[in-house]
Each structure stands twice: as C-alpha cells, then as structure tokens.
Design a binder for this molecule. Structure first.
Ligand code: BV8
Ligand code: ZN
Length: 245
C-alpha cells in the first residue's frame, strides 16, 4: 500500500487514465476544503449539525428572518476568511496546464480560485459575493462580518449572499456549461462530495453515462462509489498530488 493507504495498482491505473486523457472534468464538494480547516456540511462537526438546511440556506428562511441567515453567513465568512488552499486545490490547479480541464465546484469558499484555478464553474455561487434583492446589483468583498442590514450602495435595498439556496434553481448558463464539460470528459474526478445535493451530484452520473472514466476521492463511501471506476479512499489533500503529480 502507498503511504496514503491506496492500493498502488489502483492508483497507477487512475494515474495512467488521467495521463492518457485530454478532456477532464472535476466535481468538488466541501470535503476538498476540509484539510484547509473549512467545516463540511454533513461531517461530524458539519455545519448542518447545528442547523437544518431549510432553517438557514433557503429563500423562505431569508424572508422570515434575514438577520439570522446573515449572522450564519457572517459566521461562515469569518471562519473562511483566513483559510488557504491545500495541496488538493493546488494539484487541481496544475491540471489546467496539462489538460483541457473544467473544474465544477459546489463550494462557495473561493479556495479553488485562490489556488490558481481559472476555468472554474461555481455552480452554488460564492460566499464572497452579495446580490441586491431589489436591483440585482452584485458586489464582491472578502470581508467579514458584513454590518447588518447590508444595504445596496445603488438603491439601498437589502443584500443577500449570492449563493444558490435549497429550492432555488442554479444559474442556467453555469449548469449548461457544467453538463457540457461532464458529458465531454474522458476522465471525471469526483472529490470530497457526499453526492446528495442535486442537480450537482447528477453531473457525475452524467459523465458516467457519456463514457467518462470516473475517479472518486473521498474519506468515506458515498451513493456514487458503486458507479465509480476507481474509488481512492483517503484525504484529497494527500491523494490528488499523488494522482496528478
Ligand atoms: C434545485 C450553497 C431546482 C449555499 C448549497 C430529493 C431528491 C433530490 C433532490 C432534491 C430532493 N428534495 C429536494 C431536492 C433538491 C435539493 C437537494 O438536492 N436536496 C438534497 C439535500 C436532497 N436541491 C436544490 O434545492 C437545488 N436546486 O433543485 O433547483 C428546483 C427549483 C425550484 C423548485 C424545486 C427545484 C439547489 C441546491 C444547492 C443548495 N446550496 N450550497 C451555501 O453553501 O450556503 S448545497 C451545500 O451542499 C453546499 O453547496 C455543498 O457543497 C453541498 C453538497 O455538500 P458537499 O459539498 O457534498 O459537502 P458534505 O459536507 O455533504 O460532504 C463532504 C464530503 O467530503 C463527505 O462525503 C466526506 O466524506 C468528504 N470528506 C470530508 N473530508 C474529506 C473528504 N473527502 C476527501 N478529503 C477529505 N479530507
Ligand atoms: Zn440595489
């Protein structure tokens, strides 16, 4: 076994498949940021443990109690503001220089961009971007916490986090581009996601349907594991540098 406990033959096969591919896609979730110290959603200390998703990450919750929702996002922004990319983010950023690579992320923490990735589809939005619920104006600021109530500089309307909440549709252009890159991928990496949230998780199965070789990297098994060609079990911050080199 390699020092990260992966069967060397499996790792070698996955490496060879990646080396032999041109078009590659990746779908990442909160697990890729765990080794950067960013809480996951459903882990032991997962964010949702304290709150139920519909309580906070939904338009109804924001309608009902915008201050509670803002306090949660301010707490998350404060928890994320000093976090740095880990070797897993950096390895994926390197993939852009050797492959026709598209990075699809469910994460809103911005760590892939900090690691140097450029071709990123942030399908659930960004915690560092806010949007006015009246005029739609977007503002980016990496500060925490935002004073409450955060007011739009253009029309004084209420600002909301520019993320996709449960029950909200994803940006149709981002979803179309994600589907296209998943469908044309020869290899698809599925990294650090519990594969529970749709339509994001569906992108991995889409890639499988259109013939991609699927590599799952996760510390645990997920609903997706049985459909992956290679399941590399362990921390992505250790496995990705071994896989990508
Ligand atoms: C929509 C942004 C159409 C906000 C988020 C029943 C069946 C199927 C779908 C549904 C259903 N009922 C409702 C739905 C739809 C719903 C959904 O999927 N619900 C799920 C929970 C069942 N989806 C939606 O509402 C989506 N919209 O469907 O629109 C529509 C429109 C109108 C009306 C109806 C439908 C919108 C979903 C987007 C929600 N927004 N985030 C914010 O962040 O505040 S989701 C949130 O969960 C994050 O984005 C997160 O990324 C995402 C998924 O979680 P993961 O990233 O996978 O993280 P998690 O903690 O779960 O897992 C971490 C993994 O990492 C684990 O597997 C762990 O083992 C692993 N790990 C840990 N450490 C490491 C590691 N792996 C490697 N290395 C490590 N070191
Ligand atoms: Zn406004």
């Amino acid at each position: 076994m390699s020092e990260i406990g992966i069967d060397p033959g499996l790792l070698e096969e996955a490496r060879a498949r990646l080396k032999g591919a041109v078009k590659v896609a990746a779908l990442t979730g909160a697990g890729i940021s765990a080794e950067s110290g960013v809480s996951t959603f459903r882990g032991s200390e997962g964010l949702w443990e304290k709150y139920r998703p519909e309580e906070l990450a939904s338009p109804e919750a924001f309608q009902r109690d915008p201050q509670l929702v803002w306090e949660w996002y301010n707490w998350r922004r404060g928890m994320m503001i000093d976090k740095m990319p880990n070797p897993g983010h950096l390895a994926l950023a390197n993939l852009e220089s050797t492959h026709d690579f598209t990075l699809i992320t469910q994460n809103v923490d911005g760590l892939h961009a900090l690691a140097g990735s450029r071709n990123i589809l942030e399908i659930h939005g960004s915690i560092w971007r806010v949007r006015c619920i009246d005029c739609g104006r977007q503002e980016v600021n990496r500060t925490a916490p935002l004073p409450y109530p955060p007011a739009c500089t253009q029309c004084d309307g209420l600002l909301r986090p520019d993320v996709v909440w449960f029950g909200e549709s994803l940006d149709s252009d981002l979803l179309a581009r994600s589907l296209a890159s998943a469908s044309r991928a020869e290899v698809m990496l599925v990294v650090g996601t519990s594969a529970l949230v749709h339509p994001a998780a569906g992108l991995a199965w889409q890639a499988r349907r259109t013939g991609a070789y699927l590599i799952e990297i996760n510390t645990e098994r997920t609903p997706f594991s049985d459909d992956a060609h290679a399941v590399l079990t362990g921390p992505s911050g250790q496995i990705l540098p071994q896989l990508i080199g």
